[in-house]
Design a protein around this ligand. Sequence first.
Ligand code: PMV
Length: 331
Amino acid sequence: MNRLDAAHTLLPKTWGPTKAAATAFAPVNIALVKYWGKRNEELHLPVTDSFSVALTAGSTTTVCQASKKDTVFLNGQCVDESSSFFKRASEFCNLVRPSPSFFFHISTINDVPTAAGLASSASGFAALTLACNDFFGWNAPKEKLSCLARLGSGSACRSIFPGFVTWQRGEAIDGADSYALPWNKWWPDLQFGVFLLSTHEKPISSRKAMRTTVETSPLYAAWPSQVQKDIQEVRAAISEQDIERFGTTVERNALTMHATMLTSSPPICFWLPQTVSCLHEIWEARRHGVPIYCTIDAGPNVKVFFPQSSAESIQKLFPNLHRIQLLSPIE
Ligand code: PMV
């Protein structure tokens, strides 16, 4: 099944917009247990489940209108039609056009540096999906919207919800059961921050990096069963509000993902020298009893978790730490 057919099975028949413009918001999500590897590249179906938490800042707000031709604005600037950003947005529009002669004007405000490993494509495709739902009056259930967002970018399916979110890999060939669900617990004491070490575009797309890892890393065989164990462990740690259990599992999961990439042919390394220095500083702080734990995505930036009780001392120890509030599911 191709993406267009998959999208059409999800959505009601669209005759046209039900309003002049629709605006939607979606958060960035940070994977606590990562999605790394697809079982179907076309439909972005993952090999494993994954588990994330949403952020308040770094989100995307998207306005969707009709137009004479597809136009995309990012943070007020018209995006060049030859860019991969435009192509991905326009390809997504192909999935939801009421007719081939219907075009979109999409205006996106993104407050994270695009493609710097802060998962802006996830919030972007989730916001576009939610904007389309309103624009065309689909009133689609969240699971279907999560599936549609997944067709834009895998991790976007998790950005449909606030709080902790599970993306269940699903079994169906068409991906109908591969969507995200909110996990109904919250941990108000958990704090998050980013060491923004580089905002340059990443050297290799996560799509290509995943494919190379799955096809060539001798360590990848161990990844799926480790992910299942890590999800259970992270959930148990959240239920018990145990920062050490939570942090060590989250950190090890990210390092395991990067280990599979490093052992690919050719090797894939998203880290910069600053990334490694930052890791050493975090581990040094931990040796002195500071409860700070990291995760790293497909980029060089280091994200950390710590408890509220240590927030002040951690901010003093790391003045360049940029704190971001987690997005609670409780309104
Ligand atoms: O959804 P993509 O193709 O941007 O891949 C996301 C991959 C990671 O951020 C590294 C892990 C994750 O689960 O978000």
